[in-house]
Design a protein around this ligand. Structure first.
Ligand code: SF4
Length: 365
């Protein structure tokens, strides 16, 4: 069937094996495949239940499907699963997972327990092309986009690493990669994540972070009522050009105007991430400018302690400096929280564990 073979071609990453990953499929696509095999459409929901609720890793395990159909599925598809290459556990309970994909690429996910919630930080790409100066992942460059099944495979892998009684409550796309640069696959992953036939996760528990790919922000929020986080990190174009080069394409004014124009901007808070770099973006003037810049928005600022990594040209701002910065934002009527550095003892800065475990490949170019 032409439609089905096109679908397979689009969901199969050519770098991974021959069979397409059934975890890349949405319900309507699986229903077509089920009907094509001469089975009733409800079988597609049964398969989804096995994949996403029961975490089946083989078609043989799907005992309520006819044996011949299970064999056909097995002949045509694989169930993508991601192996944990390394798990580092911090004294603060943070667990950093180095996960190995089917083609040998490594990516990172992080389980972050805080009071009353356990958040999973998810990667959307292997590496990243955005080149942010304070980011260990940027040193890798972009290796490739992740397929939807690989994005979601991180949830399944993380579930294996949870402590007894612990459940994932929140999901942030703040791991390796720029999610909006991989939009078609992010869209597919979010569809499966939020659907009742998929993982059934409320979009309110999902945050997508972007360094500022302006044209895709609107599209994301039109498609899913998720939370948006914008990595701002600077209050002048001069500094932002240097530490987040996407600013050369979408300067601060363009980015902030786009945020103001988002239909959700009047109803919901947009979070602005701001990594505190000593002597770079942490002055009193920066704090005042930031308060002024964000005043027209329903904004929340996350001040982030920089987690330094080897060869990083930046140092973290002092505790006093971060506290003082926050106080100025508060005086400007902005909600501002300080995100404590987590997992410092396990290389939890984005891309850092990868760099440590793949040192020759990740050496600065
Ligand atoms: S901070 Fe995010 S967008 Fe920037 S290089 Fe790192 S992973 Fe990419």
């Amino acid at each position: 069937m032409a439609g089905v073979s096109q679908l397979h071609a689009s969901t199969l990453d050519p770098s991974i094996g021959i069979k397409p990953d059934i975890r890349d499929l949405a319900l309507d696509e699986l229903e077509s495949i089920v009907r094509e095999a001469g089975e009733r459409a409800f079988r597609a929901r049964q398969i989804m239940g096995w994949l996403w609720n029961r975490g089946a890793e083989s078609f043989e395990a799907m005992l309520d499907l006819p044996t011949a159909f299970r064999e056909e599925l097995n002949h045509r598809f694989r169930i993508g699963s991601i192996a944990s290459a390394h798990v580092a556990r911090s004294s603060d309970g943070t667990r950093k997972l180095l996960l190995r994909l089917g083609d040998g690429e490594d990516i990172e996910s992080v389980i972050i327990p805080t009071e009353g919630r356990t958040t999973l930080c998810i990667s959307s790409q292997a590496g990243c092309a955005m080149g942010c100066g304070f980011c260990a992942t940027a040193r890798m460059g972009l290796h490739r986009n992740l397929a939807a099944g690989e994005i979601l495979g991180q949830l399944m892998a993380a579930r294996r690493e949870l402590d007894p009684g612990e459940i994932l409550t929140n999901y942030v796309f703040m791991g390796m990669g720029e999610p909006l640069a991989n939009y078609p696959r992010l869209h597919r992953a979010l569809t499966i994540m939020t659907a009742d036939w998929g993982l059934g996760i409320s979009p309110r528990r999902i945050t997508v972070s972007t360094v500022g790919l302006v044209p895709s922000m609107d599209r994301l929020l039109a498609d899913f009522p998720v939370n948006l986080a914008v990595s701002l990190h600077a209050t002048t174009d001069e500094v932002r050009n240097r530490i987040a080069p996407i600013n050369l394409r979408y300067p601060l004014r363009v980015l902030l105007d786009a945020c103001e124009a988002l239909p959700i901007a009047r109803r919901r808070r947009i979070t602005f991430e701001y990594v505190m770099l000593a002597g770079v973006n942490d002055s009193i003037d920066d704090a005042r400018r930031l308060a002024k810049m964000l005043a027209p928005l329903r904004a929340k600022v996350n001040l982030i302690f920089f987690n330094p990594f080897p060869e990083s040209p930046f140092a973290p701002s002092s505790r006093e400096r971060v506290d003082g910065f926050q106080a100025i934002l508060h005086r400007g009527n902005l909600t501002a929280t300080i995100r404590e550095s987590r997992g410092r003892d396990i290389a939890a800065a984005c891309g850092q564990l990868y760099a440590e475990r793949n040192r020759p490949a990740a050496a600065p170019r």
